[in-house]
Design a protein around this ligand. Sequence first.
Ligand code: 3ON
Ligand code: FE
Length: 489
Amino acid sequence: MQTINNTNPAATAYAMDDWRSGYRSQPQEFAYWIDEVEGTIPPALSGTIFRNGPGLLDIGGYPVRHPFDGDGLISSIAFSQGRAFYRSRFVRTAGYVSEQAAGKPLYRGVFGTQKPGGPLANAFDLRLKNIANTNIIYWGGKLLALWEAAEPHRLDPHTLETLGLDYLDGLLQAGDPFAAHPKIDPSCDRAQGQPCLVNFAVKTGLSSKIILYEFDPAGRLVHQCSHTIPGFAFMHDFAITPDYAIFVQNPVSFNPLPFILGLKGAGECIGFNPKQPTQIFAIPRDGQSPVRRFETDASFVFHHANAYEADGELVLDSIRYDRFPSLDDSADYSEVDFDHVPAGQLWRFRANLDNSQVSTEVLIERCCEFPHIHPQRVGQPYRYLYIGAAHSAQGNAPLQALLKQDLHTGQEQLWSAAPRGFSGEPLFVPRPGSSAEDDGWVLLMLYNAERRCSDLAIFDARDITPGPVTRLLLKHHIPYGLHGSYTPD
Ligand code: 3ON
Ligand code: FE
């Protein structure tokens, strides 16, 4: 494998204090034209990037137990004629509004945040706080902030004001889950070849019901089906091909007792079972053909890069961890010892549709997370993948780099922001009218520990090694985020 990069492997990749400083709460909301720009904003880039992630790492001074418990803060950057406008707003969830008024946690978080007062104050409070912090999409004329365990919040796409919970025209009932990882199928059978938004919901317990939804470009439901699998399931993401929706059932179990007794968050009650297989379910999107089930070795997967069907195989590319990356009971996330937590790697799972055997191959050994690909290649054979990656080729570490992987040649391009820059989820935006798979831009939010502020970096996707062609310097930081999307004008 050949690697082209600009990193100096001898350099110390990062200082723990720098990394930690990217997890400071950002309670303020902003709206301004970005006037500090290095390079020029491509005039052909015309659209809006929306990002979501935890904006508060504390509630009235009480730290959250884990960043995944932080209230959703939305950022948007609208590009038009070479200029960029930044805006940020918290999602006014019921929890955010009441806790900000009270100045302290009033809810427990899934990942272990407790109300003050110890176990007695938390026992038997099994409410979920819908924190709307995981993803944000614009579809069918609605801007929706997503958190997988409850219903979406609808926002105004121009002001980012919260309009309320959205039940998808009556599809959802109060408290229903709706996953935070919708996929856009570029050409959908049930929408006459138009694109459609495919998403799922999991209702889990002793068995787990997976519900699949498909929405046409107007946001109308065109298809719905469901399938129940045995056992508890923690399925954060899925992948699609034209025929299948693909789910990985990680070998985990759920013991709710410590949650019920007020000792732990629900997410801390998930146990990893290394002796059980990982199961892959391919659920036919037509809701008719038989469901296919495959087994492979135990591992844990949150995110998928893509899937496609080729030569009698279902190919699934996912970020795989050796085990569930949980923190130990006493640990403070900001003191995490990266060497003791498993690193994500990109793996390829090939599920043979004739004999149901699964073979695996490591595509990216370097610690990486948050894959993104050309939107027209979703569910199709593809060549290029963009992903956040560690500076060093070995070991677990924070994401500080952007990696572009050529899956045809195995060649990698790497650009690293180390030692003081930290990366996250890259988004590939095709150049309007382009046809080559890597003709476009990569948009990447960087946390710049030197300025203690965030930068939006724009790369020419054909060659990322020279670094960003443009950097937009924000006046403040945005805590490390989760997911987002780009909506062309
Ligand atoms: O019975 C429960 C049902 C349920 C809905 C079980 C449960 C606790 C698992 C659950 C809730 C799940 C939720 C709310 C999951 C939310 C996940 C989330 C907000 C984020 C996940 C992020 C994943 C990754 C891999 C993030 C990586 C971050 C970095 C590399 C750092 O920048
Ligand atoms: Fe995710």
